[in-house]
Design a protein around this ligand. Structure first.
Ligand SMILES: Cc1cc2nc3c(=O)[nH]c(=O)nc-3n(C[C@H](O)[C@H](O)[C@H](O)COP(=O)(O)OP(=O)(O)OC[C@H]3O[C@@H](n4cnc5c(N)ncnc54)[C@H](O)[C@@H]3O)c2cc1C
Length: 391
């Protein structure tokens, strides 16, 4: 068992950290983007130039060929340097939720046509599974895809879709055989200009406001037959297997970086803030909060690194990913709460950025599978019902 990063990984972390601090943070800290709910195009273009948008994809498709572990390290460092959570979320939806299924399940033609554009940032990607009536119970989706000649005709709607208002291409999940439940659901690659597809409405929200979210509609949307992604009827199962593990490692990694930044901010503030004649960092109540935060960061990082490591070994990390998702997302919310508490009234004021982190953190226990759902998955394993032996 090896816990130390290689010299290359340390260098990667430092490079991305400095890039984020110097190039990304100046925009990310601008409260105007958050207040207006605006996507930070300038940051996105810089990320594309830096090669981050296709980080794990093969070089022949415009990517960097990075391992899952290196992708996690890069994402953690990116948030640690000060990138806002909304930008990290949009990056995750683009690269992990849209790009990874196309990379892993796509034909050569699909990869050449779509993955290259995603990797270079020429196109923005998204992933559309959730519907107004189907969230945690994803297999109950109602968007239908029917084959007519050489096209698939999609009808239905999708809810809470990250990058919906700005996306050029989406991996869309739709029912192809309603009698087969989860084994009758397929995946499709849908371009924004396909007839019958569009944004029903942009959604205003609590946090992650620099990441645009939308409800999407499909009204006799015509999708060429060659845009079926993965096996017919099994696309959902295949995409879910892929995405859940990637989502619960790579997409969570920025949360660990954000926690480190939060701890640093809290320490700096507590050293400066004087009450009762001494800096508040000298009070045991504050020191204990800082200690709890540090322990949480260490534990969260190990959980996420373990999932990344398992994925790089080609192992299934379904259970470990759920454990990481549950623990890390709960800790992110708790840490953001404590950070506000340490800053007192100033933590409540926008210019200190801490209240924004508090709003942003709240999504983590909901998106990509709620904490309750993760606990159900973990409980099934504990009860010996998931085919995985607990040792
Ligand atoms: C900002 C944002 C971005 C998102 N981005 C995307 C995206 O890009 N693509 C996409 O497809 N989706 C996206 N989502 C959707 C997200 O994945 C869902 O919100 C999430 O899966 C939960 O579904 P739901 O909101 O319908 O809640 P529900 O499933 O209705 O859950 C409501 C409550 O009931 C609980 N609950 C439900 N079932 C059970 C159960 N069996 N046992 C115990 N408790 C249960 C839940 O834990 C929760 O507390 C996004 C959501 C948000 C808010």
């Amino acid at each position: 068992m090896e816990f130390e990063l290689t010299e290359e990984q340390k260098m990667l972390r430092e490079t991305i950290y400095q890039f984020s601090k110097n190039e990304i943070y100046p925009n990310s800290k601008n409260v105007e983007y958050d207040t207006k709910g605006e996507f930070i195009w300038d940051n996105w273009k810089k990320m594309a130039k830096m090669g981050l948008l296709g980080f794990p994809f093969p070089q022949e498709y415009g990517g960097q060929g990075a391992s899952v572990m290196d992708t996690v390290i890069a994402k953690e460092a990116f948030a640690m340097g000060g990138a806002d959570a909304g930008t990290c979320l949009s990056w995750g939806a683009h690269t992990i939720l849209c790009g990874v299924p196309i990379w892993q399940l796509g034909t050569k033609e699909q990869k050449e046509k779509y993955l290259t554009k995603i990797a270079t940032g020429e196109w923005i990607g998204g992933f559309a599974l959730t519907e107004p009536g189907a969230g945690s119970d994803a297999a109950s989706i109602r968007t239908r895809a029917e084959k007519k000649g050489d096209r698939w005709i999609l009808n239905g709607s999708k809810m809470f879709i990250t990058n919906g208002p700005i996306g050029d291409v989406f991996v869309v999940i739709a029912v192809t055989d309603k009698n087969k439940k989860a084994f009758g659901i397929s995946a499709f690659i849908v371009e924004k200009n396909f007839k019958g597809f569009g944004v029903a409405r942009e959604l205003d929200k609590l946090g992650n406001r620099t990441s645009p979210t939308a409800e999407l509609y499909f009204e006799d949307c015509e999708v060429p037959e060659e845009n079926l992604l993965g096996p017919l009827d099994l696309g959902f199962v295949e995409v879910a297997k892929l995405i859940l593990e990637w989502e619960r490692s790579c997409l969570l990694a920025p949360a660990v970086g954000a926690m480190q930044l939060g701890l640093k901010r809290a320490v700096d503030y507590a050293k400066e803030r004087v009450q009762f004649g001494r800096p508040i960092i000298q009070f045991q109540a504050i020191k204990h909060k800082l200690a709890d935060m540090y322990v949480a960061i260490e534990a969260c990082r190990q959980l996420i690194y373990r999932v990344a490591w398992m994925k790089d070994q080609g192992m299934s990390a379904y259970l470990e990913a759920s454990i990481a998702k549950y623990f890390v997302s709960e800790m992110v919310v708790k840490m953001a709460y404590e950070e506000v508490q340490i800053l007192g009234g100033y933590g409540y004021i926008k210019e200190y950025l801490v209240e924004r982190g508090y709003r942003d953190a709240r999504l983590s226990t909901i998106g990509g599978g709620t904490s309750e759902v993760q606990k159900s998955i973990i409980a099934r394993a504990v009860l010996g019902l998931s085919g995985r032996e607990i040792t």
